[in-house]
Design a protein. Structure first.
Length: 301
């Protein structure tokens, strides 16, 4: 099958997103069974919408880029995800307190506390990423594509998994034009297009997901030496909006390396400072958001 570079990722994403509606229709247990290979521990806290999760390939001590969107939403919620072990003994609800006390060893060893809705989104995302990877294998596409590419920044203590990256080198014609303005080193660097794949049915892509895609682009440039040309967020369209066999929407995201770098440095410093504390930050987003939040059962201890 002959495809242009522009059409290859679009074809793969479209095939993968055809399966997302099945994932969205699965109940929680079915979805967990399909993604169980990723986890060592999944422990729902009875009587709550909270769940303790230990992911198999997660590196303790690092902050994950995907969790920074939670920090942007609510620093206190982010703290409880990573550091609930610090306040377990102070939780007023005895049933929750005793269960979390039993799980202290796992919580100290990298297990995290999620609400069910967030964890379900994680499971649907894992399912979708497997669809993308399997589609690449089925179509036997070139190695210029990488799925779930891990990028590690030891300086910042940050790990990201970029959903889909297409890497290319300048053509001879492009190189000859480039060398007239820039150094040989710059012109020989690989170019990359970043695709952040989301499973939500959005009318508008949330700002936190746009930021996440920008952060991945920055890490790829910093750690892998790429020059990122384009950044996209891909997500499924609402079933009522499916036309001409197109199952997803591709949203181009603005990306400025220097601006993103400054913002990331400030963001990760603030997040690290929060996690070093023995108590959650005294930040309350809004009464409406707090009322709907699954963490409210433990947020105020």
């Amino acid at each position: 099958m002959l495809m242009t570079e522009k059409l290859e990722p679009l074809l793969v994403l479209n095939r993968a997103f055809q399966h997302i509606y099945r994932a969205l229709s699965l109940d929680f247990d079915e979805l967990l069974q399909a993604c169980s290979f990723k986890f060592d521990l999944v422990y729902p806290l009875e009587g709550t919408n909270l769940i303790v999760v230990k992911q198999r390939d997660r590196v303790p001590g690092y902050i994950y880029v995907s969790d920074l969107s939670q920090f942007l939403y609510c620093p206190r919620r982010f703290y409880l995800t990573y550091r609930v072990v610090n306040i377990v003994d102070k939780i007023k609800l005895a049933k929750i307190r005793s269960k979390l006390q039993e799980l202290k060893p796992e919580l100290r060893d990298g297990a995290l506390l999620y609400d069910i809705e967030t964890f379900r989104r994680i499971l649907v995302g894992i399912y979708l990423h497997r669809c993308v990877e399997n589609t690449f294998k089925f179509l036997n596409l070139p190695r210029s594509y990488e799925v779930e590419k891990e990028v590690v920044d030891e300086d910042l203590g940050l790990i990201g998994h970029v959903d889909l990256v297409h890497v290319r080198y300048l053509s001879q014609e492009e190189y000859e034009k480039c060398i007239l303005k820039y150094s040989e080193e710059y012109c020989e660097k690989p170019r990359a297009t970043v695709y952040e794949v989301k499973s939500g049915l959005y009318r508008e892509v949330p700002e936190s997901y746009k930021r996440q895609a920008q952060l991945y682009a920055y890490l790829l440039e910093k750690r892998e030496g790429y020059i990122v040309e384009k950044v996209y967020v891909a997500h499924p369209v609402h079933p009522s909006d499916i036309t001409s066999g197109i199952y997803f929407k591709l949203v181009k995201i603005e990306y400025d390396r220097e601006k993103t770098g400054r913002e990331l440095l400030e963001l990760i410093r603030t997040a690290r400072r929060v996690l070093r504390e023995r108590e959650p930050p005294r930040v309350f987003v809004s009464r409406d958001k707090c009322e709907k939040c699954a963490y409210k059962l433990i947020c105020l201890y």
